[in-house]
Design a protein around this ligand. Structure first.
Ligand code: 022
Ligand code: ZN
Ligand code: ZN
Length: 290
C-alpha cells in the first residue's frame, strides 16, 4: 500500500454544513487513526432514511457540520496502535452498533446494544472525544460512529466487521444497515410487523425505525391482553462484529438476496440525487461509488 499511513489524507466527502440544506461535496482532511481506531477507504456507500432524518434537523442527537452515512463497505488503509484484528487491505463493513465483547450488554445474549462508546458516538466524536475530520479549517462531527459519506473515514476497532475478501463491496455495503435491519427483525425478533396485523395469541410486532424525539406510539390494550407482543430492535438484533461476516457469507452462498435491493448505482458526486430517488419512492437503495 502506498505510504499514507500516519499522514493526514485529503479526500472527497459529502458535508452536511447545517440542517435542511443539501450535502455539499468538499475536500476534507482525515487524520490518521489513533489507538484502537482504523482508517478505511470507503469504496461504496448508500443512503438510508435515517441519514435524511438527521439531515432534516429532527434528530435530537444531530450535530452540524457533520459527515453523515452509516451504510458502507471499504478497505482498511491503516490501523492505529493496539489494533490486532485488522490490517491494511482487509475488506470491512463499518458498524453503527459496535461489539466490544466485554460490556454488560455484549455479554448478554438478549441484546446487541453494546454501550462501550455509546456516549461519544452520540456526540459525533471518537472515543477520545475528538474528531478526525476537518474541512476549511473547521472540525466536522462524525455520525453514528461510521461517517461513510467520505472517501476515507476513521472508526473504532470495535465498530468494524472483517468480511470475505471476494465479496463485492458495491453490493454488501447494504448489509451495513438496511438489509441487516429488516432481515434480522424478522429472523431474530419477530415473524411479522405491525401490531394490528400480527397474530392474535402469539404474534410479535417489532419497531425498527427511529422517530423524532418526544414522539409516542399508542395501541389499544386489547392488542396486548390478547397475547400480541410489542417490541423493538436496532440493527435487526444482530451482535454486529460476529454476525455481519456470517451474513456476507450467506450472501456469497446465494442464501441471502442483496443485489435485488440495489435500485441504482451512481457516482458519489450524485449523492443528493440519491436522497431524491429515495424520497420519491423510485429507489429502495442507491449505491454510490467513490
Ligand atoms: C438506522 N436505523 C434504522 C435505519 N437506519 C437505526 C435504528 C435504530 C437506532 C438507530 C438507527 C437506535 C435504536 C436505539 C438506539 N439507536 C440507541 C442505542 C443505545 O442507546 O445503545 C441508536 C443507535 C446509534 C445512534 C443513535 C441511536 C448514534 O450513533 N447516534 C444504534
Ligand atoms: Zn440505516
Ligand atoms: Zn460491548
Amino acid at each position: 500500500m502506498a505510504g499514507t499511513a500516519g499522514q493526514v489524507i485529503k479526500c472527497k466527502a459529502a458535508v452536511a454544513w447545517e440542517a435542511g440544506v443539501p450535502l455539499s461535496i468538499e475536500e476534507v482532511e482525515v487524520a490518521p487513526p489513533k489507538a484502537h481506531e482504523v482508517r478505511i477507504q470507503i469504496v461504496a456507500t448508500s443512503v438510508c432514511h435515517t441519514d435524511s432524518y438527521t439531515l432534516s434537523g429532527s434528530d435530537s442527537e444531530g450535530r452540524f457540520p457533520v459527515i453523515l452515512g452509516h451504510e458502507g463497505a471499504g478497505i482498511v488503509e491503516s490501523v492505529g496502535e493496539g489494533v490486532t484484528s485488522f490490517k491494511t487491505g482487509d475488506r470491512v463493513i463499518p458498524l453503527y452498533i459496535p461489539q466490544c465483547g466485554e460490556c454488560k450488554f455484549c455479554l448478554n445474549p438478549k441484546t446487541n446494544l453494546c454501550q462501550k462508546i455509546r456516549v461519544t458516538q452520540g456526540q459525533g466524536l471518537m472515543p477520545d472525544k475528538t474528531s478526525r475530520f476537518t474541512c476549511k479549517g473547521q472540525q466536522l462531527y462524525h455520525y453514528m460512529g461510521t461517517s461513510t459519506f467520505s472517501e476515507y473515514t476513521v472508526v473504532a476497532d470495535i465498530s468494524l466487521a472483517k468480511i470475505d475478501n471476494a465479496a463485492p463491496l458495491e453490493k454488501v455495503c447494504l448489509l451495513g444497515c438496511g438489509i441487516s435491519t429488516g432481515y434480522g427483525a424478522v429472523v431474530n425478533v419477530a415473524k411479522r410487523a405491525a401490531l394490528e396485523a400480527c397474530h392474535k395469541g402469539w404474534g410479535t410486532s417489532v419497531i425498527i425505525g427511529v422517530a423524532p424525539a418526544g414522539h409516542e406510539i399508542a395501541t389499544r390494550p386489547f392488542q396486548l391482553v390478547t397475547g400480541r407482543i410489542w417490541k423493538g430492535t436496532a440493527f435487526g438484533g444482530w451482535k454486529s462484529v460476529q454476525s455481519i461476516p456470517k451474513l456476507v457469507k450467506e450472501y456469497m452462498d446465494k442464501k441471502l438476496k442483496v443485489d435485488e435491493f440495489v435500485s441504482f448505482t451512481l457516482p458519489f458526486n450524485q449523492i443528493n440525487e440519491s436522497f431524491d430517488l429515495m424520497h420519491t419512492g423510485k429507489s429502495i437503495r442507491t449505491v454510490l461509488l467513490y
